[in-house]
Ligand binder design. Structure first.
Ligand code: CP
Length: 309
């Protein structure tokens, strides 16, 4: 395979990746997808230590990074914030320096505060990958979403993708707006006015007024989770009202032939999506999870080229 390098020895935002970088990640992910066999390991991360530092809960991102690093022969250790000395008052930066002292080559970091990966990168020569920071960005999610579309449609360029739901609290939305625009897709947005962030009008997106309009316009609906845990009171009258105006049920999904639906998970079934559509062939939620492992293998492998042992 090519020895081409990514533009940066880190991944903090979707904007860190050029069009060519994304194609490089996709081609490496495709290679791993075609060549991975259970029980056989690649040696891309041999001799390297990868720290998974999750200060916020995760199922998909943490497990897929762990699996990806292990399949590439990396040594992996997990930092569990709740059981750490953070609980005794140790600061974030001192915690990070303590982990650094154990010789780590790459960090995968999730944190509830926006900007933490960049802040830590400014205090480190190691490679830092953002696994989701507050409401800011989740660049590996947007990579795996776009890879899923590339595999399904054979292209991302000129696809019409509408992002629907709680855009205010969504790092997935921010990363996807950037990534989909880089790849030449058209991006729509649909959300209640209270769930759109300040300044969204500067994004390169087409606003939609109703879920019916969004479905009619789109090739793909990228539905988001209603993030009640980040929400101030008063932003929504009720889950039921949100579901009535913005949710996708079987009737709405079937109103557009060949419509494809993505969701980054976890899904609030009965709120943004009805459970009965989750197993339909054009609903690619499980495929996204599967692709997440190969995309993260690709990213770790490409970033490992910057590591000096
Ligand atoms: N999509 C996503 O980030 O899921 P997790 O929170 O389970 O990692």
């Amino acid at each position: 395979m090519s020895d081409q390098l990514l533009s940066h020895p880190y991944l903090h935002t979707a904007d860190d990746l050029s069009y060519e970088d994304i194609q490089l990640v996709f081609s490496k992910a495709q290679y791993f997808l075609e060549n991975y066999k259970p029980g056989v390991k690649f040696d891309d991360l041999k001799g390297m230590t990868i720290a998974l530092a999750f200060f916020e809960n995760s199922t998909r991102t943490r497990l897929s990074f762990e699996l990806a690093a292990k399949r590439l022969s990396g040594e992996v250790f997990s930092f569990a914030a709740a059981q750490s000395s953070l609980a005794k008052g140790e600061s974030l930066i001192d915690t990070f320096r303590t982990i650094e002292a154990m010789t780590v080559h790459m960090y995968v970091i999730r944190h509830g505060s926006s900007g933490v990966p960049r802040f830590l990168q400014n205090n480190s020569n190691s490679i830092i990958i953002n696994a989701g920071d507050g409401k800011h960005e989740h660049p590996t999610q947007s990579l795996l979403d776009a890879f899923t579309l590339q595999k399904y449609f054979g292209k991302v360029k000129d696809l019409k993708v509408c992002i629907v739901g709680d855009i205010l609290h969504s790092r997935v939305a921010r990363s996807n707006v950037t990534m989909l625009n880089t790849l030449g897709a058209e991006v729509g947005v649909l959300a209640p006015g209270t769930l759109l962030p300040f300044g969204w009008q500067t994004w390169k997106v087409k606003p939609m007024a109703t879920i019916e309009e969004a479905i009619e316009w789109s090739d793909v609906i990228l539905m988001l989770r209603l993030q009640r845990e980040r929400m101030e009171s008063g932003l929504l009258p009720s889950n039921r009202e949100f579901s009535n105006y913005y949710g996708v049920d079987l009737k709405r999904f079937n109103s557009k032939p060949n419509l494809v639906l993505l969701h980054p998970g976890p899904v609030n079934f009965g709120v943004e999506l009805d459970y009965e559509i989750s197993a339909l062939p054009n609903v690619l939620i499980e495929t996204q999870v599967t692709h997440g492992v190969f995309i993260r293998m690709a990213l770790l492998s490409l970033l490992s080229k910057f590591v000096k042992i």
